[in-house]
Design a protein around this ligand. Structure first.
Ligand code: UDP
Ligand code: MG
Length: 315
């Protein structure tokens, strides 16, 4: 049984994969002295380019490499979960295929675990080559989610991390379908320490998180870790109670003083405002109900269509 597992989700990464593998293998070799053997698990998340071919080639060339091919594109977090479920190592190193996070940070993370941490997560001190829009949305996102959720999710932290077996077993035991892994890692607790690094530009190819995917990801993060949006209705009810009290006073006094025929504008403003707020709240409730619906179906998280490499993959 190998003692270090490296898990890399790949979606149309033919351009980065060869360099990524080379650098990851180098990093894993440096850890070999203390950890012994390693395995590298590449998850092909329904790529339409040459990614799976490259993975199969890597499996043939290097007995430490294993590949899992999902039957379609399930998304980054699910692909990652598939890799985490099949990892057998005592320590698991999670890294993206695009080299935005340096594999060379592995020794530093190893050291943190040697010193007693259970999780060493990469914390971005700077982000190169990411547009203003991504920077602002990322900045806002991490602060917003922490304001909403009951547990503290480390800021400016992605999925890039080294974790030990205890933590992976805990995360693997969480059955939810809507997965926000960095939140789930925070939720399980244990001793977690940051390791700072500079986030590089994507090595090649394009971000696989367009705006739509980012929004979906943000909604999953919020609805998986907080019911606070549902409480918004109560807060609004309280505000409206106060406003209606003042409104009633105004109307009644106006009536007593006579001459209150005007008011079409104010009436429309109030009606439209309240109607749109009600739709907003319905939408929020609907979002939670929709998520309950997909959770309770209890479908498997992913379907695996092919494997390559030494070991038969556990599902
Ligand atoms: N990825 C994946 N499935 C997807 C989208 C992305 O497996 O549906 C992988 C992708 O190949 C990369 C990692 O997840 O290794 C992170 O994606 P990306 O770099 O596009 O995200 P960003 O860094 O822009 O947030
Ligand atoms: Mg990236």
């Amino acid at each position: 049984m190998s003692t270090l597992s490296v898990v890399i989700p790949c979606f149309n990464e033919e351009a980065s994969l060869p360099s990524t593998l080379e650098r990851v293998i180098n990093a894993a070799n440096t850890a070999k002295e203390s950890m012994g053997d390693y395995e590298i698990i590449l998850i092909d998340d329904g790529s339409t380019d040459l990614t799976w071919g490259l993975i199969k080639g890597a499996c043939l060339n290097n007995p430490s490499v294993r590949g899992i091919r999902l039957s379609r594109n399930f998304g980054h977090q699910v692909a990652l979960s598939a890799g985490l479920q099949s990892a057998t190592g005592e320590r698991i190193f999670i890294i993206d295929a695009d080299l935005q996070d340096p594999p060379e940070l592995l020794p530093k993370m190893m050291q943190a675990l040697d010193e007693g941490a259970d999780v060493a997560y990469g914390r971005r001190v700077s982000r190169d080559g990411e547009g203003f829009f991504k920077l602002v949305t990322a900045f806002g996102f991490y602060r917003f989610i922490n304001w909403l959720s009951d547990i503290e999710i480390p800021r400016d932290t992605g999925d890039f991390r080294l974790v030990n077996r205890k933590v992976i077993d805990a995360v693997n035991s969480m059955p939810e379908r809507h997965r926000f892994l960095r939140g789930m890692f925070a939720w399980v607790g244990f001793k977690q320490v940051p390791v700072d690094y500079d986030r590089a530009e994507r090595f090649a190819g394009e971000s696989k998180y367009p705006l739509k995917a980012m929004l979906r990801f943000a909604i999953t993060a919020i609805t998986s870790f907080s019911v606070r949006p549902l409480r918004l209705a109560m807060l609004m009810a309280a505000c409206f109670a106060l406003a209606s009290f003042l409104g009633i006073l105004y109307v009644v006094i106006g009536h007593l003083l006579g001459g209150t025929a005007q008011g079409w504008t104010s009436l429309m403003v109030v009606v439209l405002f309240i109607a749109s707020l009600q739709f907003l709240l319905l939408g929020i409730i609907g979002e939670y109900i929709g998520r309950m619906f997909t959770e309770q179906k209890g479908r498997p998280l992913f379907i695996c269509s092919e494997n390559c490499g030494s070991e038969v993959i556990r599902q």
